[in-house]
Design a protein around this ligand. Structure first.
Ligand code: AMP
Length: 142
């Protein structure tokens, strides 16, 4: 299973903001869309990523004033991305090793989707169930 198969199921919709978006607006978007991260764009290019963790951290440091800060001050700038061809195993190892839960999918410098740890777990479970079913069939039919 690879990223392409995941995107086929969930689509290519990615919620994005730009660096001047206020933190209050970003928090509102995360809540409204029931997601954990926003990709920060500069035109067509990925400039950063901001997750709920960045927002909580900034609020704990700066207090309520943080709500008026711009996302450019809060985001992670060095975004690790994946490609359509990457496998579930590669995604799991990246997310576990780097301790984050979101991977934007980029092709030819263009954002074409995003994969979250929830998507990875869902597809891994489906894969495991299919393998178990095949084993059951194999044993039952000899
Ligand atoms: P998350 O676990 O995705 O909520 O993110 C934890 C931290 O990692 C936050 O500071 C994010 O900005 C950062 N982060 C999330 N995804 C990525 C990514 N793909 N590349 C770089 N940093 C990321």
């Amino acid at each position: 299973m690879n990223v392409e198969a995941i995107l086929k199921g969930k689509g290519d919709d990615v919620t994005t903001v730009d660096t001047s978006t206020k933190l209050a607006r970003a928090a509102h978007l995360l809540t409204e869309k029931k997601i954990g991260a926003l990709v920060v764009m500069d035109g067509d290019r990925v400039r950063g990523i901001v997750s709920e963790r960045d927002i909580v951290r900034t609020l704990s440091v700066a207090g309520a004033e943080a709500l008026d800060m711009e996302i450019g001050q809060v985001m992670t700038q060095n975004v690790i991305t994946c490609t359509r061809e990457d496998t579930l195993d590669q995604l799991m190892s990246l997310m576990t090793g780097r301790r984050f839960r979101h991977l934007p999918v980029v092709e030819d410098d263009k954002l074409i989707g995003i994969v979250s740890i929830g998507d990875v777990v869902k597809h891994r479970l489906a894969e495991t169930e299919m393998e178990a079913e095949q084993l059951r069939l194999y044993i039952a039919t000899g």
